[in-house]
Design a protein around this ligand. Structure first.
Ligand SMILES: [Zn+2]
Ligand SMILES: [Zn+2]
Length: 340
């Protein structure tokens, strides 16, 4: 089957992916006139944009992180599935299952459908809408964990590890390094589902986005600020902190801290060691290798473009499946959260 020539209307520019007829960029790395933003992580949502199309949740996250100064000057909220027509390009957003408000961008023009995944995962995540497979001609995917060695274990097993350690070291505070947007709230929900109904302590940097999630209907249970807490009350507790804080003075003032970190990268032993992590928890908000493959197949795409991460192995694999695949090497993506 021949794919209608998408290069005529979708281009890679220094600012990012550019939709020519609609004059808009997807996740632009610099300020532009018109943008679609897939989700609120800092490597996808850059400050200083004029007009921005995104989900209401992503717009709220951008406002929270950027303040009035950096937030989009003319935000326009789109619900999942709500379609817009912009200069002959039909556009809608579909859930990406990555963090609250995260979206894939579905574009239709000249008889061709393109789906831009943004970041995504296929695992269950009670803090956001699940990934939706959208059949398309061209699938533009991330590949953060695009190597066969990356096969994330079951989330439940990782939570069981943490709860077990809490039993073995009841006098210790378990400090878990996790990114403030997405991973933190997902961990809280996973702990709740695993039966941890006591308070969960938060580093000051985690509080604002937890409040934002709650305001969007994600019930996180009892959360308490760790910074002002009496040291002894943290014994036997779980403290969630930014990855940068788990090794500094802040964490050392916790009672007999056990240093944990929740990230897809914790599968790489060396990385856990470097960070001084005693209990690595492999919890990822990105698709692992089998999930990337499954997703590509399920979209039924004839063309695969890989934006960021481990591009080459996925491109190589896709070509073996008869898919016309290429790496885009988009700059700037993959610099926050689970970046290398
Ligand atoms: Zn992301
Ligand atoms: Zn990303």
């Amino acid at each position: 089957m021949k794919t209608p020539s998408v290069e005529n209307w979708l281009q890679v520019r220094p600012e990012g992916l550019y939709v020519v007829p609609a004059d808009l960029y997807i996740d632009p790395q610099r300020p532009v006139e018109r943008a679609v933003v897939t989700h609120g992580h800092a490597d996808h949502a850059r400050p200083g944009q004029e007009r921005v199309l995104a989900t209401a949740e992503t717009l709220a996250i951008m406002r929270h992180r950027m303040g009035a100064e950096g937030a989009p000057r003319a935000p326009q909220a789109l619900r999942y599935g709500e379609a817009l027509e912009i200069d002959g390009v039909r556009l809608r957003l579909a859930p990406a299952g990555h963090v609250l408000g995260s979206a894939q961008v579905v574009l239709e023009h000249g008889g061709c459908r393109v789906v831009v995944s943004g970041d995504y995962k296929r695992r269950r995540d009670p803090t956001c809408a699940p990934f939706e497979v959208v059949p398309c001609d061209v699938f533009i995917t991330e590949a953060t964990f695009g190597l066969p060695v990356f096969q994330h274990p079951a989330d439940r097993d990782e939570m069981a590890k943490l709860l077990h350690s809490l039993q073995v070291f009841p006098e210790s505070a378990h400090v878990v390094g996790c990114y403030a947007l997405g991973k933190c709230q997902r961990l809280i929900m996973m702990l709740r589902e695993a039966g941890w109904d006591g308070p969960i302590w938060l580093h000051g940097a985690q509080i604002g986005l937890c409040d934002l999630y709650r305001a969007h209907g994600v019930a996180l249970g009892e959360l308490r600020p760790a910074t002002v807490a009496d040291r002894e009350s943290l014994r036997g507790g779980i403290v969630l902190a930014p990855p940068s804080a788990i090794q500094d003075r802040w964490a050392r003032r916790l009672p007999d801290p056990v240093v944990c970190m929740a990230s897809g990268w914790m599968q790489v032993r060396q990385r856990a060691k470097q960070r001084g992590v005693q209990l690595p928890l492999i919890v990822s908000d990105h698709a692992d290798w089998p999930e990337l493959q499954r997703t590509v197949i399920e979209t039924g795409c004839a063309q695969l473009w890989v934006t960021h991460g481990q591009e080459e192995p996925l491109v190589h694999w896709a070509r073996g499946q008869g898919i016309d695949a290429r790496a885009l090497y988009l700059l700037g993506l993959g610099e926050e959260e689970e970046a290398a």
